[in-house]
Ligand binder design. Sequence first.
Ligand SMILES: Nc1ncnc2c1ncn2[C@@H]1O[C@H](COP(=O)(O)OP(=O)(O)O)[C@@H](O)[C@H]1O
Ligand SMILES: [Mg+2]
Ligand SMILES: [Zn+2]
Length: 347
Amino acid sequence: MEQVLYRKYRPQSFADVVGQDHAVRILSNALAMNRIAHAYLFSGPRGTGKTSVARIFARAVNCEKGGCNTCATCEEFLSGRALDCVEMDAASNRGVDEVRAIREAVLLAPFKAKYKVYIVDEAHMLTKEAWNAFLKTMEEPPKHAIFILATTEPDKVPETIQSRSQHLRFRLADEATLVRVLVDAAKKEGMALEPDAAEMLALFAEGSFRDALNLLGQAQALGGKTITASVLEDFFGAPSKTALTEVASALALRDAKHAIECAGQVFAKGSDPRLFLKLLIHQFRAQFLDALRSGRVEKDAANPFSTKELETILRILLETATERHYSGWRELPVELALHRIVREVSL
Ligand SMILES: Nc1ncnc2c1ncn2[C@@H]1O[C@H](COP(=O)(O)OP(=O)(O)O)[C@@H](O)[C@H]1O
Ligand SMILES: [Mg+2]
Ligand SMILES: [Zn+2]
């Protein structure tokens, strides 16, 4: 079976990991100085590299060459069959039994490798009893054991565990970073991903590397060699750039009626109002950041809004995007926002 893109492009060495410099630096230094902690807590949103880095680290501590990915040890770890690397998904194995089994097994020497590495995914899902069992191990960890607890919710990890582990935070990727990763993967796949299209996928992915690559996979499944923004607009039911530009122009002319009509046409085609809002925010944010970068404060011929006005517009759109949307009134919040912009940013 064809491998899904996010698995195919899983980082296999520290150098492949994008945007997590802090975590990578700490782990590389620990390896270089041979000061490896017995327990690590990897926290951060899903799809930011926690599992990937845990596996890289598991190989790095055991490989003679620090994770060459070619020696027998690395190959065994890469195959997922290494007995000295145990991955447990706490979301499906919440039980105290699994942890108890780990507790007993951890005392025995590794089968082949230098270290036994236990990777516990979704660690926050463990039950209280399971944590207690873990704690007993972590209080006196054998020299050969390393625990890596990965979680999206570090606050739910008991204080006693937190204080015994080194906490590394994984961060969401910014759009430019995701664009880079997408363009890179597209190239390897022999796809032509147009810049507009890459930007759109990055926006939809909301900071998750995994989501970005999954979306690219969906775009690839559409079959075309060239992925354009308009192909994606059709596929995701996103408002077209032309429509967004027209709404922005109407706002520039302080024409609330026309702005709302344009938005209405977009919704009539089946676009989701929240997606519309998101893309509108994206567009105005780009203008805002651009104004800051160039030091422009006032409006001019090419820029119909002053920096202060852009700030007001973004505030209104952001407020609308974060407020609750009642299912019966999906379009109204956008319409009100457009009207309010014209009211508050008068000519
Ligand atoms: N920091 C990153 N750099 C490059 N790719 C990444 C990164 N984080 C995640 N990915 C991509 O997303 C996929 C899932 O990542 P994973 O490590 O399982 O994330 P997590 O465990 O944080 O949910 C990886 O296989 C890879 O394709
Ligand atoms: Mg994971
Ligand atoms: Zn190796």
